[in-house]
Design a binder for this molecule. Structure first.
Ligand code: ZN
Length: 514
């Protein structure tokens, strides 16, 4: 069909601009000299402006109008329908949001970043509050422009949809309520066990060079294709996919933490293998992407946590690690090591938290974001509400706002609705992994032999290949036979931490109650 060919050509060019912008962004983090930032900001803004103009052009509009006609749309195959759906979504969004609103948001976030840095440095929430209020208002306007179910929905739905398509507050409330019910007691039980695994051997000092080699060897074993990707050092670990044939990962290394860079490399390689595993036929279209941030995060967390922090994995890799670091690990058993890397401690800081406590940090942010966007909570009250929730969920209260409400960069970027995707990623990862255990023969025995490829192949076939052709809900249903549920993740955590800490799940009946 002519219209379809023309649309593919147009979005192909838009995609080229976007991925080129991604490459400039990667370079900015990895290679760019300090003085390059001014010109780089201009280059990226120009590319983004051209891409935006192309997207809202009459060309795209006319083609979409034709392709969205019922008879035409129905005659398309599944992939082409998805293409029309996704391009249509981008087009509608670009049309619905007034240019003035986009500009205001850009101006506000440019200012907000500096103010946030200052406020954080000086423990002065008041310095950040006015611009945060502005950002909240702009997000509320954004939600109104994008639209949501006025009768039963929330303005937060419109923002969520930007990161996790079609997910609503109604669904998230149920997922988080089930999580909270079992996680708060888990964190409490761990605290009350008064047991702390020894992890001092991880901090004895370990050569950066050797850490790098070990990480590289592991992600190679996982199946990350170094002919279609790279691993580099950067201040923040991330993954940037320009196409299945060019996927860039970064990691950071600390001499006084033997395994931190290994886990961040495995995490980013999980993202990277998703990108490398996309069907080449989807290339240069908006379908060549993860189904959502949550589904993307399920891939990284599966490799980092369900594989990388598991017993089977270390059965094979611990003796290898010992070859790299014989002095540091002298007299340490695989069991000691397993407990050390699975230590759980309530931390004030999200990014320093562990698998058990991490999601309570997200829950807290979700509750706050939702109330703020719905107008039930004022920005000036955020520090008080934050600290109260920290006390309720973790039993600790931050002494400063720097360690509390000011710790995350996301709001200064203007992002509301992003945080929940981290926890969704954890929940998806366990539900997928449980399925993999049923479908991949002897999965855990394979992992214990260092054979990581069967899992990678399963993920390629079940999740990576389809890219954005299916929605997150469709993928979960097809792969696991049911919708996303919180209970599998909670069961996994209780089971795991009962092997690390002397604790027992008391409310076993709650497993059958939801
Ligand atoms: Zn990630």
């Amino acid at each position: 069909m002519n219209e379809l060919t023309s649309l593919r050509e147009l979005v192909g060019e838009i995609r080229d601009l976007n991925t080129t912008q991604g490459l400039l962004g990667w370079d900015l983090e990895v290679n760019m000299p300090e003085k390059g930032s001014d010109i780089r900001a201009k280059q990226m803004a120009t590319l983004s402006k051209i891409a935006h103009e192309m997207m809202i052009s009459d060309n795209v509009g006319t083609l979409l109008q034709k392709l969205r006609e019922e008879a035409t749309y129905k005659s398309l195959d599944k992939v082409d329908q998805a293409l029309v759906r996704e391009v249509g979504k981008d087009y509608d969004r670009a049309k619905k949001i007034p240019v003035s609103l986009v500009q205001e948001m850009q101006e506000a976030t440019a200012k907000a970043h500096l103010l946030w840095v200052e406020a954080r440095k000086n423990n002065d929430f008041g310095r950040f509050a006015p611009i945060l209020e502005k950002i909240v208002q702009l997000n509320q306007q954004m939600a109104e422009a994008l639209g949501y179910d006025k009768a039963n929905g929330s303005p937060y739905d419109a923002l969520l949809d930007l990161y996790e398509p079609e997910l609503t507050v109604q669904q998230l409330d149920v997922l988080f309520a089930n999580l909270k019910k079992d996680l708060v007691p888990l964190v409490k039980a761990i605290q009350e066990s008064h047991y702390t695994p020894d992890a001092s051997f991880l901090r004895k000092g370990a050569s950066i060079e050797k850490q790098w080699q070990f990480s590289e060897a592991v992600i190679q074993d996982m199946g990350f294709d170094f002919n279609a990707g790279r691993l580099d050092k950067a201040p923040h670990p991330f993954c940037m996919g320009m196409g299945a044939g060019d996927v860039r990962l970064t990691t950071r290394l600390f001499e006084d933490d033997m395994v931190s860079s290994l886990f961040s490399s495995m995490h980013e390689a999980g993202h990277g293998m998703y990108e490398q595993g996309l069907d080449p036929a989807l290339q240069r279209t908006p379908l060549a992407d993860g189904a959502s941030l949550g589904i993307h995060e399920s891939q990284s967390r599966m490799w980092e946590n369900l594989v990388g922090r598991s017993r089977p994995f270390w059965t094979y890799y611990f003796p290898k690690l010992k070859e790299y670091f014989p002095q540091q690990l002298e007299g340490v058993s695989v069991e000691d090591f397993y407990k050390a890397i699975n230590r759980s401690q309530p931390s004030l800081i999200r990014v320093e938290s562990d698998e058990a406590t991490y999601n309570l940090h997200i829950l807290l942010r979700y509750e706050i974001e939702k109330d703020v966007i719905e107008g039930k909570l004022q920005v000036k009250d955020l520090p008080k509400v934050w600290n109260q929730k920290m006390q309720d969920y973790f039993g600790i209260t931050p002494k400063t706002d720097t360690e509390g409400v000011l710790q995350d960069i996301h709001w200064s970027h203007g992002s509301f609705g992003y945080f929940p995707t981290y926890t969704l990623g954890n929940m998806y990862s366990v539900q997928f992994f449980n399925r993999a255990k049923k479908e991949v023969p002897d999965l855990e025995a394979q992992l214990a032999k260092g054979n990581l490829k069967p899992l990678k192949d399963w993920l390629n076939a079940k999740i990576h290949k389809v890219g954005k052709v299916e929605t997150p809900a469709e993928i979960v249903q097809r792969v696991t036979g049911e919708p996303l549920k919180a209970q599998y993740f909670v069961e996994y955590l209780w089971e795991k931490y009962s092997t690390v800490y002397p604790i027992q799940r008391q409310a076993l009946q709650s497993a059958s109650a939801h």
